[in-house]
Design a protein around this ligand. Structure first.
Ligand SMILES: NC(=O)c1ccc[n+]([C@@H]2O[C@H](COP(=O)([O-])OP(=O)(O)OC[C@H]3O[C@@H](n4cnc5c(N)ncnc54)[C@H](OP(=O)(O)O)[C@@H]3O)[C@@H](O)[C@H]2O)c1
Length: 321
């Protein structure tokens, strides 16, 4: 409650300048508007996309000040379209990108950015599953078209997208090799894959050429992994945590004869939504695993540092409950 105005207030992380970290402030509880849903947020993802936006290093940027957070989950407090009290996830329609996002205890978002999730879903899973599940599905199936019996190399295999890509590819009947950058992460590669350290990457270490590479890391890891793909194989590019640039020697590129295929969840979100929802049910049932780290809003700096350095294990989530 604000002492000056008597208005009810609520905590939000507000970004005032690109390159700084958002500040935790108390602001009036946002009010309901036509076409918008008020959500009491319970959890919000801190993802690489959010950090790119906070840093001002993304193709679409919001006007400042803004509440970042492209993915969240919570309970509907007021809406013309969504039942009050229902458990929902929030993403898309510019949330956290062109307008205030989910790093707040209360958010007012377009009705179309709100999707029901099964009652009882862990809020951290509800806010964190869609991006890795949708991206892993798109990488393995829609873009990589992995077939049973193929050999698939996944980099960042203990990360959120990587760990799910390993599991989705293995279920397809592929033989999966998971690459990690740090020895401590070897044991966090899902056991359906053979785990290999990036420093040891070689044709021998991965047991010969692979049919498909799913790269979630970029930079030097992509450079070292690409030559391991067989001619006429596919390299599916998902992320760039270790480096945004990718240069090719055209002569080598043509000789290698590997199709380099980008994944863009923003354009494929609708296409993979049903598959991602199915993966959520399996994650909730413990049939698939997605590692999650939970942080409080006043621990944002540590959460961001762990994500930026690559030390984080899986999804990094703010607990707003
Ligand atoms: N294309 C799309 O539509 C789409 C959708 C979702 C996510 N993404 C992107 O996919 C990538 C992976 O996302 P995620 O959610 O799986 O992230 P994550 O859980 O943080 O995994 C990323 C992995 O990258 C590795 N890494 C290597 N160098 C790093 C560095 N300097 N900083 C941070 N990580 C480093 C780390 O693994 P090791 O320690 O094993 O090297 C880390 O586990 C991100 O770039 C994200 O933006 C793209």
């Amino acid at each position: 409650m604000s002492e000056e105005t008597g208005e009810e207030t609520s905590a939000a992380l507000v970004l005032e300048q690109f390159g700084d970290l958002p500040r935790l402030v108390e602001r009036p509880v946002p009010r309901a508007e036509p076409g918008r849903t008020v959500v009491r947020m319970l959890a919000a993802q801190v993802g690489h996309l959010d950090l790119n936006i906070v840093d001002g290093r993304f193709g679409i940027l919001p006007e400042l000040p803004v509440v970042p957070g492209t993915n969240g989950s919570g309970v509907v407090l007021a809406s013309d379209t969504h039942p009050v009290g229902s458990t929902v996830r929030v993403n898309g329609k510019g949330v956290g990108l062109r307008r205030d996002g989910c790093w707040a205890r209360h958010a007012v978002v377009p009705d179309a950015a709100v999707t029901a999730v099964p009652q009882g879903t862990d809020p951290a899973l509800a806010c964190g599953f869609f991006s890795p599940a949708g991206t892993a599905w798109a990488a393995v199936h829609s873009v990589g078209a992995v077939l049973p019996g193929e050999r698939v190399l996944v980099t960042g295999a203990a990360g959120a997208v990587g760990a799910l890509a390993v599991q989705v590819a293995a279920r397809t009947g592929a033989e999966v090799i998971g690459v990690v950058g740090r020895p401590a992460k070897l044991e966090h590669v899902p056991p359906v894959a053979k785990a290999v350290l990036a420093a040891d990457l070689s044709a021998e270490a991965v047991g010969g050429p692979v049919d498909v590479l799913v790269d979630t890391v970029g930079g030097p890891v992509l450079r070292e992994s690409l030559p391991l793909v067989r001619p006429r194989g596919r390299a599916v590019l998902v992320g760039y945590t270790a480096g945004r640039e990718f240069t090719v020697d055209l002569a080598d590129f043509l000789l290698a004869d590997v199709a380099v295929l980008p994944v863009n969840l923003m354009t494929r979100g609708r296409e993979v939504a049903a598959d991602a929802e199915r993966l959520l049910a399996e994650l909730s049932a413990g049939e698939l695993t997605l590692p999650i780290e939970r942080h409080s809003p006043d621990g944002l700096a540590e959460a961001v540092a762990r994500l930026r350095s690559g030390a984080a294990l899986g999804k990094v989530v703010l607990d707003l409950s």
